[in-house]
Design a protein around this ligand. Structure first.
Ligand code: NAD
Ligand code: UD1
Length: 337
């Protein structure tokens, strides 16, 4: 089986490529390296002893897509490429709409042209907006609170229309909750540039001494300890969810949305305390005002993923915290040498 992975050098993409190669899929990556480094390909090769084929370029570029599809016959595509920072999407909406929508539209047009109609798409729990009920099931109403989220919802709708227009398409919409952690080798993981917006990357910067302390955004929510509750999922579990989704799209037709989470909610304080315990490191923090747009609690009902994909997450919060820190420690050691 040969799979095209767009955005395969990124955080979730690289972990998925590792799982695909380990399952003996042939992998071709397109990535423009706008939010990743080419060195990740060497790390993938070190882990798997296999080499994915790599095209450096933009998924928006029709001529590149046609070149790649004429050089390979794909059984399916996993589409990760896109921009993902919520705050930036509010500042630069046009950039987000252009990249996320055009990459998907152009990709689907070329897939159709070459008769490849199996797609796994990276959606997000952000399409549930501010959920009225917990845990979140796939049938709950969809809405968005920022341009990034709107691109994901628009793409889901486009893909539904595509599926209704032609019943040969087979599409999985995977709604990720909060992916954290890294590969146990410490060779691939998440290392955003600048000051991170998300919790785990921020904790890591504090642990490395690059930022003085964590601001916890609110301790007066109606939750177990007053801080926000989220469904953190290990990125390797998430990557394995893509293999399960790939099996599904290869063996069926139609379109289906599926939550990928653990089904468990942990508070900010629980995450901080677990990180401190497993890594033997203190994370100084202060309580800050709530962050605009945050919800108190968000966690998935994962029973549909179990039923449809025969997939469920396996790794616990301790492993997520240990692996996230291990990756950065390995990275720091290699750059210090
Ligand atoms: P990432 O930024 O690490 O990876 C995205 C990759 O796509 C990067 O390597 C980037 O260089 C590449 N890329 C972006 N636009 C491109 C284009 N036009 N052409 C070619 N390459 C392009 O992000 P990630 O965390 O791995 O997320 C992957 C996907 O999952 C994204 O679509 C994101 O919106 C979605 N998602 C992520 C999260 C999360 O918390 N990380 C949660 C929900 C959904
Ligand atoms: C964010 C995105 C969401 C995306 C998800 C994917 C926003 C508003 N939402 O979700 O669209 O799908 O990432 O991973 O960016 N927190 C702190 N201090 C910090 C950072 C975060 O206390 O410095 C708290 C937040 O208030 C929240 C929790 O930690 O309660 C998790 O925050 P974060 O990692 O940013 O993820 P989400 O907001 O859930």
């Amino acid at each position: 089986m040969k799979v095209l992975v767009t955005g395969g050098c990124g955080y979730i993409g690289s972990h998925t490529v590792v799982e695909l190669l380990q399952e003996d899929y042939e992998v071709v990556i397109i990535d423009n390296l706008s939010n990743s480094l080419k060195e990740v390909l060497t790390s993938i090769e070190t882990i798997t002893k296999k080499k994915p084929i790599f095209y450096e370029g933009d998924v928006v570029d029709f001529s590149l897509l046609r070149k790649v599809f004429s050089e390979h016959s794909f059984d399916a595509v996993i589409h990760f490429a896109g921009y993902k920072a919520v705050g930036e999407s509010v500042q630069k909406p046009l950039m987000y709409y252009r990249n996320n929508l055009e990459s998907t539209l152009h990709l689907c047009e070329v897939m159709k042209e070459f008769g490849c109609k199996r797609l796994v798409f990276s959606s997000s729990a952000t399409v549930y907006g501010s959920p009225k009920k917990l845990p979140i099931t796939e049938e709950m109403p969809l809405s968005t609170t920022n341009p990034y989220g709107t691109t994901k919802l628009m793409i889901e709708n486009i893909l539904r229309d595509l599926s209704s227009s032609d019943n040969e398409w087979s599409i999985a919409l995977l709604r990720y909750f909060n992916p954290i952690g890294a590969h146990s080798s410490g060779l691939i993981g998440e290392n955003p540039k600048g000051i991170p917006n998300n919790l785990m990357p921020y904790i890591i910067k504090v642990a490395m001494g690059e930022l003085p302390q964590l601001d916890i955004f609110g301790n007066d929510y109606n939750t177990k300890d007053g801080t926000g509750v989220r469904d953190y999922i290990h990125v390797v579990d998430l990557a394995q969810g893509h293999i399960a989704a790939l099996n599904k799209v290869i063996n069926s037709t139609g379109i289906d949305a599926c939550n990928l989470g653990t089904g468990k909610g942990y508070s900010v304080l629980e995450l901080v305390q677990t990180f401190e315990k497993v890594n033997h490191i203190k994370i100084p923090y202060q309580i800050a005002p709530r962050r605009a747009g945050d919800v108190a609690e968000c966690y998935a009902d994962c029973s549909y993923a179990k039923k449809q994909l025969d997939w469920s997450s396996k790794k616990d919060l301790e492993t997520m915290c240990r692996d996230a820190y291990h990756y950065i420690s390995v990275l720091k050691k290699s750059t210090d040498i």
